[in-house]
Design a protein around this ligand. Structure first.
Ligand code: ATP
Ligand code: MG
Length: 579
């Protein structure tokens, strides 16, 4: 018995704080034992890795406790929203491995929200304010100074009702008036100081077209949408903590008289994902895309899910990373190296091993017969012997890495240097005999002699040599393009740096971004060579270029020319190179 208890305790301890809340609610029979969550993106851009953290939480909780998670587009801001984003968001959620039960939109509730707003006006809980947004802002006060009541605060209900109708006909210009909730202008919570709940936007909506001109604000739509849908646990990030009392108040108001049991949504907040050298937030990512600082939302340097996908990250690696960092109630800056180690670990299991030479120099095996071709077996993935082998051709002339030859090598250099033996992966042991150089002293060819007794699989292959290098046959390879990526920002905390530069220089985000961007974040190598085995491989194929790193087939590949993206190096060079 004692042992069982310990196990139970251990499991309790490993639950994150949201899971603990959910288990307590279930134990108390709240909401009739129902668990319902939602993932509520605003369709104003592509999802980024921060959203992955929210998605894993929202969908994960529902899956773990037999509940339902819906996808709800928070589409209350028609000027910034687009069908392109809606489709991309769905694709990225599914790619991550999650499936929503239903797709809803905040706009599905525009009528209900409108009716609710009318009721509030009738009950004296909302009024039309005709002041400018500057005047309203000025009257808000500060957390230590009370606000000032609007001169329109106590206007007759009929007047507000009539003006509210007119806000929705198109005759009221944007900004001329707003609907405000009448709460408390001296509340210590600034969100209670008569928040704006409706404004005029004269712009067609992707779903409702031109039907509405008056649109609910986020704070007025979100909690009520949760309530209309039957959400039980409304999970969001920490910046919404100060909004929670308003969320609760609106839910109290909308529930009034209808549903007296405890069936209502509760908001819980966890920390945002924040990664060093990475700038999240769609607003900023949109600037990068629009201004051409990157090549689109799926540029492999972007922290978007489609960017990570194109770079060669597997969905599993992102989920494992999110799991590792966990959920807390305080903000932190996570190390990008942790994400890289998660993807390395995952791709070690997943990636097919091939040989590629990124900075080639020719190696001639001078005692190997010209025209002779031998077929060697290359293991596809040593982690999974069942995946078998593929064949590579060995010939007299091979490509090797420039780095793998040194004329005057130091003692511990175990690769090609005159007089030294080295193993050619999956083939023979060769002894370097020298090299040829051009007028500038650049090595143009390396020479070696092979020992026919040392072919892989023969007893002679067991001879001890200290180094093994990879190669591709000059007759059995593809010339290809390889794109190497480095961090996009020079600053460790780009979010803070961006604000600091804007403040110091009184400049806009774009100007500040240009100052922070790493000019060497993309390095395109042409004239690389890769095994012919990769010809025609589909985009998103996971590969390991042996001894170099993990790579992925890019969508720009054509039958004539393959293009590869480096996902991540084999080892953590990140810190070393840049610190
Ligand atoms: P952004 O500032 O990037 O536009 P957002 O919060 O405005 O992000 P939404 O589409 O409104 O993005 O948010 C959808 C959900 O994703 C919200 O619940 C939000 O809290 C969550 N989310 C956004 N960014 C992060 C992040 N960095 N880490 C964890 N969750 C996040
Ligand atoms: Mg948002």
């Amino acid at each position: 018995m004692a042992e069982i208890k310990t196990e139970e305790q251990a499991e309790k301890k490993s639950l994150n704080f949201i899971e603990q809340i959910v288990e307590k609610d279930l134990a108390e029979g709240k909401n009739g034992g129902r668990i319902q969550t939602r993932f509520p993106p605003e369709p104003n851009g592509y999802l980024h890795i921060g959203h992955a953290k929210a998605i894993c939480m929202d969908f994960g909780i529902a899956a773990k406790y037999g509940g339902v998670c819906n996808l709800r587009f928070d589409d209350t801001n028609p000027t910034k929203e687009d069908m392109e984003y809606i489709d991309a968001i769905k694709e990225d959620i599914q790619w991550l491995g999650f499936q929503w039960a239903n797709v809803y939109n905040a706009s599905d509730y525009f009528q209900q929200l409108w009716d609710f707003a009318i009721n509030l006006i009738k009950e004296g809980k909302a009024y039309i304010d005709e002041q400018t947004s500057e005047q309203i802002a000025q009257q808000k006060g500060t957390p230590t100074q009370p606000g000032t009541e609007s001169p329109y605060r106590n206007r007759p209900v009929e007047e507000s009702l009539e003006l509210f109708q007119r806000m929705n006909t198109g005759e009221i210009p944007e900004g001329a008036m707003v609907l405000r909730a009448k709460i408390d202008m001296v509340s210590p919570n600034m969100h209670f100081r008569d928040p704006i709940i409706y404004r005029v936007v004269n712009h067609p909506h992707p779903h409702t077209g031109t039907k509405w001109k008056a649109y609910p604000m986020y704070d007025f739509a979100h909690g009520q949408s949760d309530y209309f849908e039957g959400v039980t646990h409304s999970l969001c990030t920490l910046e919404f903590v100060p909004h929670r009392p308003l969320y609760d108040l609106f839910v109290d108001w909308v529930k009034e008289g209808k549903d007296l049991d405890d069936n209502r949504p509760h908001q819980y907040e966890f920390n945002k994902l924040n990664l060093n050298y990475v700038l999240l937030s769609k607003r900023n990512l949109l600037i990068l895309v629009k201004e051409g600082l990157v090549n689109g939302w799926d540029d492999p340097r972007m922290p978007t899910l489609c960017g990570f996908r194109r770079r060669g990250y597997s969905p599993e690696s992102i989920r494992k990373f999110v799991d590792k960092i966990g959920y807390t109630t305080y903000d932190a800056l996570n190390d990008f190296a942790l994400l890289e180690s998660a993807v390395r670990e995952d791709l070690n299991d997943r990636a097919t091993r091939v040989s590629a030479v990124l900075h080639p120099v020719k190696l001639v095996i001078t005692n190997y017969p010209e025209g002779q071709v031998e077929t060697m077996e290359a293991i596809n993935n040593p982690e999974h012997p069942e995946e078998g082998t593929h064949q590579v051709e060995f010939t007299r002339e091979l490509w090797i890495e420039q780095d793998d030859f040194m004329e005057d090598a130091p003692k511990k250099y175990f690769r090609m240097t005159p007089g030294q033996e080295v193993r050619l992966k999956n083939a023979y042991i060769v002894k370097c005999t020298g090299c040829k150089k051009d007028d500038q002293g650049n090595v143009t060819e390396v020479y070696a002699e092979y020992d026919p007794e040392t072919r892989s699989g023969l007893p002679g292959a067991n001879r001890k040599v200290k180094g093994t290098i990879h190669w591709v046959s000059t007759h059995d390879c593809l010339e290809c393009e390889v794109r190497l990526y480095d961090r996009l920002w020079k600053e460790e905390n780009p979010r803070d740096a961006l604000e600091a530069i804007k403040e110091a220089k009184q400049c806009d985000s774009l100007t500040a971004m240009k100052e922070m961007i790493n000019p060497d974040s993309l390095n395109v190598l042409q004239h690389c060579y890769v095994e012919k085995f990769t010809a025609g491989m589909k985009p998103l194929t996971y590969l390991q270029f042996q001894r170099i790193g993990y790579f992925n087939v890019d969508k720009d590949s054509t039958p004539e020319k393959m293009v590869f993206n480096r996902t991540v190096g084999l080892k953590d060079t990140w810190g070393k190179i840049n610190k």
